[in-house]
Design a protein around this ligand. Structure first.
Ligand SMILES: [Zn+2]
Length: 248
């Protein structure tokens, strides 16, 4: 199959670069162990590969990918921990200094969330329950942006879900401790593939603004769902309560 040949050729190029010439020293060092600078939690979407988007080389970023780049709140229940184990290893095992939740426009997972459980459950067995982690973001968008188009609502939900995942990260005691001690930073980033921009979440404004914008572009932050800190705090309390009561 043509795509298999392309994948194997891709590995040939990788080997040429890192094992046969050029950056051979990279794996001489990495064979001893990894110490990535950041944990990146991103979507499974084939268009939003964090290594590709951020220009990361081998050993640079520890990546966890799931549908819609969601972080559930902390739980110490006996259920399989899933992404909680990934976060634990990155934070306690690798001592990453930064966690980046990287969302993107056109997210199918958030689209499923916005469609609602009835629509999603008719097609998928697990997706609806998983994306319900961000149910509070959906409800907020529907409540506060009722008159907006579906596309605008979806984009707001994609960004609101990132903010919610950042709040959920803070429910992990060892994440919160390190953030409060200043040894761990939490970032929310959004790859807007419509505009070709990378936006960052600001806890100060509760909105997103361009980190890497386009010359002349002026649409940064227009999708902000949270406009005031007070509102954000209220939403956080509501969100966490609702999510803790929801299935994953
Ligand atoms: Zn996605």
């Amino acid at each position: 199959m043509a795509e298999i040949a392309a994948f194997l050729a891709g590995f040939e190029r990788f080997r040429e670069r890192y094992f046969n010439s050029g950056d051979e020293s990279v794996f001489e060092r990495l064979r001893q162990g990894q110490s990535p600078r950041a944990l990146v939690i991103s979507c499974c979407d084939s268009r939003a590969d964090p290594g590709m988007l951020l220009g990361a080389g081998p050993g640079d970023i520890f990546v966890v990918r799931n549908v819609a780049n969601l972080v559930p709140p902390y739980s110490d229940s006996a259920e399989l921990p899933g992404i909680r184990a990934d976060i634990e290893f990155a934070v306690k095992g690798l001592n990453v200094e930064r966690i980046i939740v990287l969302g993107h426009s056109g997210c199918g997972g958030i689209g499923a969330l916005m469609d609602g459980e009835g629509v999603t459950e008719s097609r998928f067995e697990f997706i609806g329950a998983w994306v319900s982690i961000a149910r509070a973001a959906r409800e907020r968008v529907l409540r506060e942006m009722a008159g907006e188009s579906r596309a605008v609502q979806r984009k707001a939900c994609e960004q609101g879900a990132i903010a919610l995942s950042l709040e959920n990260l803070r429910t992990f005691p060892w994440v919160r401790e390190r953030v409060d001690a200043g040894t761990l930073t939490l970032d929310g980033w959004y790859f807007d593939m419509d505009a070709g921009e990378l936006l960052g979440y600001s806890a100060e404004t509760g909105g997103f603004a361009a980190l890497v914008g386009r010359a002349g572009g002026s649409n940064s932050g227009q999708w902000s769902v949270v406009s005031e800190k007070q509102e954000q705090t209220t939403a956080r309390a509501t969100a966490n309560t609702e999510i803790l009561a929801s299935p994953e």
